[in-house]
Ligand binder design. Structure first.
Ligand SMILES: Nc1nc2c(c(=O)[nH]1)N[C@H]1C(S)=C(S)[C@@H](COP(=O)(O)OP(=O)(O)OC[C@H]3O[C@@H](n4cnc5c(=O)[nH]c(N)nc54)[C@H](O)[C@@H]3O)O[C@H]1N2
Ligand SMILES: Nc1nc2c(c(=O)[nH]1)N[C@H]1C(S)=C(S)[C@@H](COP(=O)(O)OP(=O)(O)OC[C@H]3O[C@@H](n4cnc5c(=O)[nH]c(N)nc54)[C@H](O)[C@@H]3O)O[C@H]1N2
Ligand code: SF4
Ligand SMILES: [Mo]
Length: 683
């Protein structure tokens, strides 16, 4: 077997990586025989993901050859009803002419570029350079995903940095807070099991019993949705009251402790019980557990911050690790996201920011509202890449109206998604197994993987690199020259290559760790081990002037969420991620046209006269969704749960129930700050 070499009559094993927006960023070895992919497997050169892929990773083979893959450019026919297949020349001429016309009428910000996380390949970011070279368009700021917590960690530490997940085995206590790795990042699970086998106490904090709490037989703490800030401040209250803090660490490395102490004073366990629903006794014992067993590890997920107070919640959680000195030590940390690549990328190459003549931004969670109300200029075109805003962004009903209100919509995708269906031009693009790219290290490990093409693409289904190069040629964009994918990657990765000596040729061979080689300080395993933070004070800032200047409280505070159950809408509605699909991507093949499943607590179901399998209507002031009921014995009666990702055209679409609502910190989508009502459908 020869890795990466294509020799005749020989099995080829080619190194690539999963481009899905997942915690794990698995390095993959693809085995090819006679131009046919025989298997995909974890690449052992990556110690975290080497043992195997999840079902979504294995499904890449079937998705590549899926009968519903888009294989021709499509243009809406004159009557506006269906699509007709056209040649690439016709499609590209049409798009380029329209973009040119809009730019001549000016300003180019009448074009809105809607991009998201359908593929996290580095080269995919080049589309931003195309739009900058075009003149600068309207793009988003803020986040649908992890931005609130990220902003919080920027205030506290100066960046978000995680330990490699393998380090969790050194923890004596692990608190998994609003994160569900058993379904959303499975490669953490063997390490968590090992931590448990080595005697670590494992606690899961989640309003529902999750697959993670079940798989680890963890202690489960179930706060009401959106109240974790109060829980964290109350844990801090007990830690301080019972002198379970690390005074020396605070003295040396923490700024703003006196102000933080004042902030937690009101949060007695009794006060927090009333707010969170977690008993004062559980809060006390959790604080004692976390505060008396060092090292203690916090694994913080994105579920905890999908609220209007999400950033403040993560700041309160960060503070727990800071005041107990659980930062910079093996087995500790507040593991959230990872800014490991900052400094190793030339982001200007990919974004072309300096090329923009005009630029306008909108808050990503409010995209539909923005499109419907934008003036000077109005939106004349939406160009969607790697995203399915109709299904995935907030408020599907409003998003459909927004799309309808715009003259010209172009979508690049691999399938006829809900967004492609309401577009005027749909351009197919190659699958990652057919293209060159680079997958950056995620939160749980430090490995960067170069993706070599595993098989040749159908010549009718080109890479986005080709599509944008062709459009740039038609529009005469000199700042987007026709050069190879490899040449672009070399430019973008120049800082990495200069700092760590990884040329593209080195990267092509196998996944490489992004950290100082042989360094005792940065060995890639323990975040902040040098204890020099990237904040202005170089300390952990429980008091952050930068937060104050941005209009937030300088110190972590708790403010209740705006949406609470009411007589009209008596349930919280949570819409977390499902194991079998990466957002909307695999729902193409899941469950056929079956109704989406809504999980209800047993006593709520009894009260509604609903049994397993009944058809129910879940509704609120934003919209409604017909679902099949599934009754869960252990679920809180206050909670209704429906997985996100289900396609509208297949009878799903949970974002029909989710209004556009953004948190200040990180301009973040408050997806879980939603209430609803339920009725049983008759007949
Ligand atoms: N209610 C609710 N909604 C949510 C969430 C939630 O928890 N609840 N979670 C939110 C979060 S965290 C996220 S990250 C977003 C995700 O939102 P999106 O990123 O919009 O979600 P995906 O379903 O992954 O859609 C991406 C699209 O990219 C396409 N695609 C895949 N590969 C490529 C490629 O190489 N090129 C191009 N052009 N297209 C490609 C896929 O076919 C798919 O249609 O959803 C958010 N929406
Ligand atoms: N299989 C699969 N894997 C995925 C994805 C996917 O769609 N499918 N998406 C990927 C992406 S883009 C992302 S962002 C990550 C997200 O990864 P995670 O953060 O693990 O997933 P979420 O589903 O957002 O939420 C995690 C947990 O938070 C809980 N939660 C909700 N509200 C609260 C609260 O108020 N307090 C607390 N303590 N917990 C709460 C939910 O019940 C859920 O169990 O997963 C990635 N991995
Ligand atoms: S979806 Fe995540 S766990 Fe699955 S193969 Fe891709 S990166 Fe790995
Ligand atoms: Mo996400």
């Amino acid at each position: 077997m020869t890795i990466g070499k294509k020799t005749e009559n020989e099995k080829q094993v080619i190194s690539t990586a999963c481009p899905l927006d997942c915690w794990d960023a698995c390095s993959i070895l693809a085995t090819v025989e006679d131009g046919v992919i025989k298997s995909l497997a974890g690449n052992p050169a990556n110690p975290v993901t080497g043992k195997g892929l999840c079902s979504k990773g294995l499904a890449h083979m079937a998705r590549r050859t899926h009968p519903e893959r888009l294989r021709r450019p499509l243009v809406r026919d004159a009557a506006g009803e269906g699509f007709r297949a056209v040649t690439w020349d016709e499609a590209l001429d049409l798009v380029a002419d329209r973009l040119d016309q809009i730019r001549r009428e000016g300003p180019a910000t009448a074009v809105l570029h809607c991009a998201h996380a359908g593929s996290v390949g580095l080269l995919k970011k080049l589309e931003a350079r195309f739009f900058s070279a075009y003149g600068g368009v309207t793009t988003s700021v803020g986040s649908l995903c992890e931005g609130a917590g990220h902003q919080a960690q920027n205030y506290d530490f100066g960046a978000a940095m995680s330990h490699e997940i393998s380090d969790v085995v050194n923890a004596r206590v692990v608190v998994i807070w609003g994160r569900n790795p058993a379904e959303t990042g499975i490669h953490a699970m063997p390490f968590l099991r090992q931590a448990k086998e080595r005697g670590a106490e494992i606690v899961v904090i989640d309003p529902r019993g999750s697959a993670t709490s079940a798989a680890l037989s963890a202690q489960l703490v179930t706060p009401r949705p959106g109240t974790d800030g109060a829980l964290a401040l109350s844990i801090a209250h007990v830690l301080i009251e019972e002198n379970l803090v690390d005074a020396e660490f605070i003295r040396r490395h923490v700024k703003g402790y006196p102000a933080f102490k004042d902030a937690v004073k009101p949060w007695t366990p009794e006060a927090a019980e009333a707010e969170t629903g977690v008993s004062a006794e559980v809060i006390r014992s959790l604080a004692r557990l976390y505060g008396s067993a060092k090292p203690a590890c916090l694994l913080v997920g994105y579920g905890v911050q999908r609220y209007t107070n999400g950033g403040e919640t993560v700041r309160a959680i960060d503070a727990l690790a800071a005041i107990t000195g659980n930062i910079g030590i093996s087995g500790g940390g507040v593991n959230y996201n990872n800014d490991r690549m900052s400094g190793y990328l030339d982001s200007e190459v990919l974004s072309g920011q300096s090329l923009r003549v005009h630029h306008r931004t909108y808050p990503r969670p409010m995209m539909a509202d923005f499109i419907l109300s934008a003036n000077h200029p109005k939106i004349k075109a939406i160009f969607t890449t790697k995203a399915n805003p109709v299904t995935q962004f907030m408020d599907t009903g409003k998003m459909l109206k927004a799309f309808e209100s715009v003259d010209f919509k172009v979508t690049i995708d691999q399938f006829m998604t809900d967004t492609a269906q309401v577009s005027d031009v749909v351009l197919p693009c190659a699958h990652f197994l057919e293209t060159t790219d680079v997958i950056l290290p995620p939160a749980v490990h430090s490995y960067l993987t170069y993706c070599s093409p595993v098989v040749e693409a159908d010549p009718w289904v080109p890479s986005e690199h080709w599509i944008f190069t062709q459009l740039a040629k038609r529009l005469g964009l000199e700042a987007f020259p026709a050069q190879s994918e490899e040449a672009w990657l070399e430019l973008a990765l120049k800082p990495l290559s200069e700092a760590l000596g990884y040329s593209v040729d080195v990267l092509k061979k196998e996944p490489v760790p992004v950290h100082e080689k042989d360094s005792e300080v940065d060995n890639g395993l323990v975040a902040w081990s040098e204890l020099t933070f990237k904040t202005p004070s170089r300390r952990i800032e429980l008091w952050s002037n930068r937060a104050g200047m941005d209009g937030f409280d300088p110190v972590a505070v708790y403010r209740p969420v705006g949406k609470r159950p009411s007589p009209e809408e008596p349930y919280y509605l949570l819409t977390p991620h499902i194991k079998e699909s990466l957002h909307s991507q695999h729902f193409l093949d899941l469950f056929g046209q079956a109704l989406p499943v809504a999980y209800l607590g047993l006593s709520a179901a009894k009260g509604l006269g609903v049994a397993d399998g009944d058809k129910i209507k879940v509704f609120n002031s934003t919209g409604q969704l017909i679902c099949t009921a599934k009754v869960e014995a252990d679920q809180s009666p206050e909670l209704v749960l429906i997985h996100e990702g289900w396609w509208l055209q297949k009878g799903g679409g949970v974002n029909q129930l989710v209004a556009e609502r953004a948190a200040g910190m990180g301009l973040h989508a408050a997806y879980y700050e939603v209430t609803c009502n339920v009725t049983k459908c008759n007949g």
